[in-house]
Design a protein around this ligand. Structure first.
Ligand SMILES: Cc1cc2nc3c(=O)[nH]c(=O)nc-3n(C[C@H](O)[C@H](O)[C@H](O)COP(=O)(O)O)c2cc1C
Length: 244
């Protein structure tokens, strides 16, 4: 009799443990909307516009795109189109699931990345600093103006920043990920930047556009030029332009 009770009790305990593991796993794979992470810095300005829908079945195979991906640092004066901007932003951080997940994986659904871009020469877009809103695939003009020279100086004079039609800027709010994972969260944010920037690199290759990832820049200077919230850390810059 005692044995039977012990057996039933053990099964019960096992079920509770399994339930706990399941709920933890589910929680880890859900975008984090907790109060702590509500500060999303994703503000829409008066000049917000909807981007054209991205193409989701392009002509170039993944294998060919991987073979063609190369850092390219020399661009022509031909402007980029709004369709190309739409495609590049979507490749890096576009929403691809009903639950809000994106083209790049995100640790525990914490979504630490914020994408900005500095327009120099794009059809139908004023020169200025913009933010991408992945949730509805729209963009907002944060500040109008010509910033390519300043940005080039902040990037140690690397001329492709000046010559590019657009410079994509990857920012991250560490707190979103470190509040869940502690110190290890920093590593996860760097991992995530790698995923998102590689997506953009591959998308540029498949559109026959040139790009390169830039890590050599003065953090303070770039952050001063962009003048964003201090909690947004700039982790990568990608100039993009047409190539010959
Ligand atoms: C973390 C990181 C930082 C980089 N920073 C720069 C940079 O500041 N300027 C630059 O011209 N290239 C930069 N690159 C690009 C490398 O120079 C380039 O990937 C390398 O020469 C290999 O060429 P590939 O990309 O065509 O394979 C960086 C690459 C990585 C991964």
């Amino acid at each position: 009799m005692l044995k039977k009770h012990f057996f039933i009790g053990s099964i019960f305990l096992l079920l509770i443990i399994l339930g706990g593991i399941f709920s933890l796993a589910t929680q880890c794979a859900t975008p984090d909307n907790s109060k702590e992470n509500e500060r999303n810095f994703n503000f829409k300005t008066k000049e917000t516009m909807q981007l054209p829908d991205p193409v989701k079945d392009g002509d170039m195979s993944l294998e060919k795109t991987l073979t063609l991906r190369r850092s390219k640092r020399s661009y022509t004066d031909e402007p980029l189109t709004i369709e190309q901007i739409s495609q590049l932003l979507w490749s890096a951080q576009g929403v691809t699931s009903e639950r809000g997940f994106r083209t790049a994986p995100t640790a525990g659904g914490t979504l630490p990345l914020e994408m900005f871009f500095v327009v120099n020469n794009v059809d139908d877009l004023k020169q200025g600093i913009y933010q991408y809103h992945p949730d509805d695939h729209s963009i907002s003009l944060i500040r109008e103006g010509y910033y390519s020279d300043d940005l080039t100086r902040a990037c140690m004079g690397q001329s492709m920043v000046r010559d590019a039609s657009v410079n994509f800027i990857f920012g991250a709010v560490y707190e979103r990920t470190t509040s869940r994972y502690g110190e290890r969260g920093y590593r996860y944010v760097y991992n995530e930047i790698g995923h998102a920037s590689q997506n953009l690199h591959l998308q540029a290759a498949s559109l026959d556009l040139g790009t390169v990832v830039i890590g050599a820049y003065d953090d303070d200077e770039v952050e001063r030029i962009l003048d964003l919230d201090p909690e947004i850390n700039i982790l990568y810059i990608m100039p993009v332009g047409n190539i010959n």
